[in-house]
Structure formats: C-alpha cells, structure tokens
Ligand binder design. Structure first.
Ligand SMILES: Nc1ncnc2c1ncn2[C@@H]1O[C@H](COP(=O)(O)OP(=O)(O)O)[C@@H](O)[C@H]1O
Ligand SMILES: [Mg+2]
Length: 292
C-alpha cells in the first residue's frame, strides 16, 4: 500500500538516496526540504564551497569547485532515483545532474586538481602529466625567460629529449623529474655534474636538485643557473640574485675542486654590476665566509 502522509527528511540519519525515497510521492519540494537536501549533500560529498547550493538550489557558487567530489556526485546521481520513474523528484534529480555538469564547466579552477609538488621562494610547482608547471611569484619576464632558456639549454646539452620548456603568461612548463631531495654529499655531486656540462648555479642547495631512482642528481631549478661564457648578457636582476644567493649559502654546496671557477664568476659579476652589486650592502664577515 502506498502511504500518502509526508515523511520528513532527517539530516542526521538520511543520505541522498534515503531522503529522495521519502519524497517519491511529492509534487513539489518545500524550501525546508531543499535546505535539508543541501545539508545532506554537503556532508555526503564534503562540499565546502557552495557546490550543493548551486546543484540543488541554483545559488551562485565560488570558483573553488571541488572537481573530484562533484564528479563523484554526477556518477552516483545516475543511480540515485526514486521508485517512480515519472515522479516529481526524479525530474529534480535530472536537473541536479545538469547543474553539476554546468558547475564543472564554468567554475572549475584547474589548479585545484593538479598535484602540488613544492613551493620555493620564487614560485609554486604543480605536476601536469610529464611536465611541471611553475607559477612564478614576483619575477620579471626577463627572469622567467632566463629560467626557461637555461632549462632548455641544459636539456639540449645532456640530450634528454624531453619536451622543451614553454612560457604561458607567468608560468613556465618544464620537464617533470622523478626523484627525491638529495643529501649534502649528493648535492655536491649534482653541482659537479652540472659544472661538467658547462653550467653554474647561484643558489645551489638540496631542494634545487632531485636524485632519480637511477642514481643521477638532476638540477630542477634553473632560475639562477648560468654559463660562464655569457656572464655579460645575463639579466641585471638575475646577476644580482646569483651573487646574493651564492653569498647567502649557495657557496656551501660547491665542491672544493670547482670553487675557484665559481669564485671567478662571482667576482666578474660583481665587477659588471659595480655599485649595483649586492656585495656593497653585505657585511665583510659574510663576504669572507663565502671566500670573497
Ligand atoms: N622539474 C621538477 N620535477 C619535480 N619536482 C619539481 C620540479 N621542479 C620543482 N619541483 C619541486 O618544487 C620545488 C620548488 O621548485 P623550485 O624550482 O626550486 O622553485 P623556486 O624557484 O621557487 O625555488 C622543488 O624543491 C621540488 O620539490
Ligand atoms: Mg628553488
């Protein structure tokens, strides 16, 4: 026997399916019922940014839509149905599915889905397939070009055949390197290998390298990488940052065998910069610690 008395949704004990079952015979949904359905969807799918309000009530929602959770709802909503095919609630469920799809199309922020690999002082790095996307922070276009160029030249030099770096607005797309942050000794090996290929690094430190499962130590941050034969043409800001990061601690990771070569590059850059060189503002104790 079909019962015609109204059954109330309980936001603490119902899920979306059991709440819908209670509304099979309804010819409309009160705003109280809609409110309860929103609350249940929020709990069930852990929505935090108004996704359920948009899907169920059509209320505008923020741009930080949870892609994974809305997709899950879309998948499950196909199974969630009332017993009666032509019921009012079934037509509502269909409109929720349409709304949820619309939400993914218009309010989805792709960065939410990309895996965060790490944050440095100059940018935030996300994984994007076989590439990484570095969203730079406070860098000039020249500094961004310098980084992408050095990454490109390095990969050409070692014949890695990886996709060349590209720049999109203030983001740099570069090859993804699989590996772990190296220890002190391995970082020295990374700096030495980089040198053998003709490159220097102003901010040498473990977090700017990765040790691959095959055992090689690969550079990943090309922001202050440079070549000694093109010192003059390096961007002004990059020159200054090479010197200041080297003095701040980069020098600690330079193997003894190549300290002289590094030293001579830093002195040359200091000469070129003249009164603009950061060495003019750094105290003597720090300069002598770095061997200058
Ligand atoms: N190509 C890459 N492959 C894998 N992880 C990366 C790559 N580039 C950067 N990362 C991760 O992101 C972190 C920050 O990147 P980094 O280029 O050093 O930024 P910043 O220039 O701000 O110092 C790194 O320490 C590393 O964990
Ligand atoms: Mg770095």
């Amino acid at each position: 026997m079909i019962s015609f008395f109204k059954v109330k949704i309980n936001i603490h004990s119902d899920n979306l399916q059991s709440a819908i079952n209670k509304k099979t015979n309804n010819t409309s949904l009160s705003s109280k019922s809609l409110e309860k359905l929103v609350s249940i969807a929020n709990t069930q799918y852990e929505f935090k940014n108004g996704e359920a309000e948009f899907i169920i009530r059509g209320t505008p929602c923020s741009t930080d839509v949870n892609y994974g959770k809305v997709s899950k709802l879309i998948k499950e909503i196909k199974i969630i149905k009332s017993f009666k095919d032509d019921s009012f609630i079934n037509s509502r469920i269909h409109s929720w599915e349409v709304n949820a799809k619309e939400l993914l199309k218009t309010n989805y922020n792709p960065d939410e889905e990309k895996q965060l690999l790490g944050k440095g002082s100059r940018g935030t790095v996300y994984k994007d397939g076989e590439s990484i996307l570095k969203k730079t922070k406070n860098l000039t276009l020249n500094e961004i070009f310098h980084e992408a160029n050095m990454c490109n030249e390095y990969h050409i030099k070692i014949q890695s055949f990886k996709k060349p770096p590209t720049i999109v607005e203030k983001c740099i797309e570069m090859p993804f390197i699989n590996g772990k942050t190296p220890n002190f000794k391995d970082t020295l090996i990374g700096v030495n290998d980089l040198f053998k290929n003709g490159f220097f690094m102003g901010d040498a430190k473990p977090s700017n390298f990765l040790k691959t499962p095959e055992g090689s130590v690969e550079p990943i941050d090309f922001g202050l990488v440079f070549k000694h034969d093109t010192l003059e043409s390096i961007d002004h800001e990059v020159k200054k940052n090479i010197i200041s990061d080297y003095l701040k601690g980069g020098f600690r990771y330079i193997p003894n065998e190549i300290k002289n070569e590094y030293h001579s590059c830093i002195v040359k850059l200091d000469d070129i910069l003249g009164k603009d060189s950061p060495t003019r503002k750094i105290n003597l104790k720090i300069l002598s610690k770095a061997g200058l």
